[in-house]
Design a protein. Structure first.
Length: 192
């Protein structure tokens, strides 16, 4: 079996969809990857042929052990790349995911080992998400409702899982040089 970037993307998407939704079907995969249903049907046929996924009679898609091993490896490499870009190179937080999406398929086992040696094995990515998939119930149990977070809280979850306070941007709000808060005479936006 030849492992392609496309197969890796499908396996990772299925694993991520499993952690977000109770049931994964072909339409779920189509939505996650932004591809047409016929493209998903063809890909699932190939993944089944390679024994990387199972599709039951009701159309529910699940990863086999081999498929899960590949998806976990890709997720870990994605995580390590995000951490390398953020912690070692100082890339902006909002650019990390897209860059890691492009690079995760090019990481060799040797390079992965070097990244682990340099960065360690953290359980949380720079965005605060767990590296390995978890069920929707487990995610809900550890989550915090946004309504319970004080409006002034400006923090982020570091790769070691601890919460750290973000320093204010230079020059006030969004780096504009203006002090924080509205100074344009407009009334504040209504609360949602």
């Amino acid at each position: 079996m030849k492992l392609t970037v496309s197969k890796e993307d499908y396996l990772k998407a299925i694993a991520e969809a499993e952690s977000e939704e109770d049931v994964v079907i072909a339409a779920t995969v189509s939505r996650w990857l932004g591809v047409t249903p016929p493209a998903v049907a063809l890909a699932l046929r190939r993944l089944r042929r390679d024994k990387l996924v199972q599709v039951d009679r009701k159309g529910r898609v699940s990863l086999t052990r081999a498929g899960r091993e590949i998806s976990d490896r890709i997720r870990i490499r994605h995580h390590l790349i995000e951490r390398m870009l953020y912690e070692l190179l100082g890339m902006e937080w909002y650019k990390l995911h897209d860059e890691a999406e492009r690079l995760e398929h090019a990481v060799s086992a040797d390079f992965e080992a070097m990244l682990v040696k340099k960065l360690g094995r953290a359980r949380i990515c720079p965005h605060g998400n767990p590296v390995t998939p978890e069920s929707a119930a487990a995610r809900g149990a550890r989550g915090v409702q946004l309504s319970t977070v004080p409006p002034s809280r400006t923090s982020h979850q570091a790769s070691d899982g601890t919460w750290r306070r973000r320093p204010p941007p230079p020059g006030g709000a969004r780096g504009t040089g203006r002090p924080r808060g509205r100074d344009d005479g407009a009334s504040p936006a209504p609360a949602l």
